[in-house]
Design a binder for this molecule. Structure first.
Ligand code: SAJ
Length: 417
């Protein structure tokens, strides 16, 4: 099958590679000229384990080519970003989807399959995308087969999860779902579950919303426990001994381009009814401020304080800082006039002033851990606090319990959280 994939980012590129690996001819399309150049030189422009090796293999065999414009194909897969708009409900911005649809319009032929992989609000296929295609003069389910096939892969293990995870296929009609399923069956080993478009849209959004709401519960519990002087991590450990309870881990907030984005797409469509969902977003968004207030109390009275921040990515062991709560924390520190040093062994961005861990803690009054990178899980607490001016450690991700010297320092009553 000849497949044209629009959008070669974290989802579109691995998807293209998977289709090409199972002997489909894939044309990858992106508006980013630099990405096209890199890809056509045989390299990839994103970081993802195992992807480059697989990519080189399909390019060498002639199954993949990147270009800036679509062309005729049997199937079109849209994998472009759908960010939040800057409006009251942070609603779903469909402008990239609309321009992708416009770009394939001249190449659409009877019998084509059109699949939207991008995350979209409930009813978007029915209310916006299907009418667009019908306006082009096609009858969906007879001339064109339209489906929403959301992805649910975790960055860092995309390839494995793309193959093994169960896949939801939401067809505009039953025939649309069957056609789309045939395509994915070429590489998906997990179960392929057929449904309608709106159910597929809502289930994808609800997966991430479920996680966001549960993290909000853990974060709220943290605030309540702190107010009542109860150790929240002990409470979570105890409660999770129950076979049907799984309280998530509290932290400095929720980042990334999924959990911090998707719940708003549901709220937008039914604001009066989505109360727990929007409250959870509020609670998770309040965490950076909560952390900063707490830091303020811990270093109260210290002249010209210096805070060393360890870990600024949105979660541990990745290089991605999109929507990371750490950035908000750092901004608030700057507004308060604190001196700040930042250490993150995973981030390579030049516009953030990073320094080594040793230098970061030198003369610091507080060490704040915001991401649970593996590098932070081992260390010598005594060595670190010896370099600090004031030995206060605030660990929002519970990483340093494993550090050498932790128990010794803790028993002397220093502020380890
Ligand atoms: N977090 C907590 N406490 C927890 C778990 C996570 O504070 O107990 C925070 C993390 O630190 C991070 C954020 O939540 O800031 C999100 O991290 P994550 O690992 O839960 O999720 P993502 O955003 O990397 O990927 C999610 C995944 N969805 C689910 O696990 C339900 C992934 O499978 C989806 O494909 C992806 O969203 C997506 O593209 O939608």
């Amino acid at each position: 099958t000849k497949i044209c994939v629009i959008g070669l980012g974290y989802i579109g590129l691995p998807t293209s590679v998977m289709f090409a690996s199972s002997k489909n001819y894939v044309i990858g399309v992106d508006i980013n000229k630099r990405a096209i150049e890199i890809l056509n030189e045989g390299n990839i422009h994103i970081e993802e384990p195992n992807l480059e090796t697989l990519y080189k293999r399909v390019v060498n065999k002639g199954y993949f080519r990147a270009q800036s414009k679509p062309e005729e194909a049997e199937a079109f897969i849209i994998a472009v970003p759908t960010p939040n708009r800057n409006d009251k409900y942070k609603s779903c911005d469909l402008s990239y989807i609309i321009s992708a649809l416009k770009s394939i319009k001249p190449y659409l032929r009877k019998g084509n399959i059109v699949i939207v992989e991008s995350t979209i609000g409930p009813r978007t296929i029915d209310d916006i995308i299907a009418p667009f295609i019908e306006d082009c003069g096609f009858k969906i389910g007879e001339d064109i087969f339209l489906a929403h096939c959301p992805e649910r892969v975790l960055p860092g293990q995309i390839i494995k999860e793309m193959i093994d995870n169960d896949r939801i296929i939401g067809g505009y009609t039953d025939e649309c779902a069957r056609k789309a399923a045939e395509l994915y069956r070429t590489f998906v080993k997990g179960e392929i579950i057929l449904t309608n478009s709106k159910t597929a849209e809502m289930s994808k959004l609800m997966e991430n919303t479920f996680r966001d709401v549960n993290i909000a519960l853990a974060n709220e519990l943290t605030k309540v426990c702190n107010a009542l002087e109860i150790d929240v991590l002990d409470v979570i450990k105890m409660a999770n001994k129950h076979p049907r309870v799984n309280i998530h881990q509290p932290g400095p907030g929720v980042g990334g381009h999924c959990l911090a984005v998707d719940p708003y797409f549901i709220v937008e469509k039914a604001p009066e009814l989505s109360r727990i969902i929007s409250l959870s977003r509020e609670i998770n968004c309040s965490m950076p401020d909560y952390i900063v207030q707490k830091v303020g109390r811990l270093i109260d009275g210290i002249q010209n304080p210096k805070v060393a921040v360890f870990g600024i990515t949105y979660k541990g062991n990745i290089d991605d800082i999109r929507e990371s709560p750490a950035l908000k924390v750092i901004d608030m520190f700057k507004k308060r006039g604190y001196r700040i040093s930042i250490h993150d062994p995973h981030v390579k961005l030049r516009n953030i002033p990073l320094t080594s861990g040793e230098r970061a803690v030198e003369g610091a009054d507080l060490l704040l851990i915001l991401a649970d990178h593996d590098e932070f899980k081992k260390g010598n607490l005594i060595n670190i606090i010896n370099k600090m001016r004031t030995p206060i450690v605030f660990d929002t991700k519970n990483t340093i319990k494993l550090w050498q010297g932790y128990n010794e320092v803790k028993s002397k009553g220093s502020s380890c959280n």
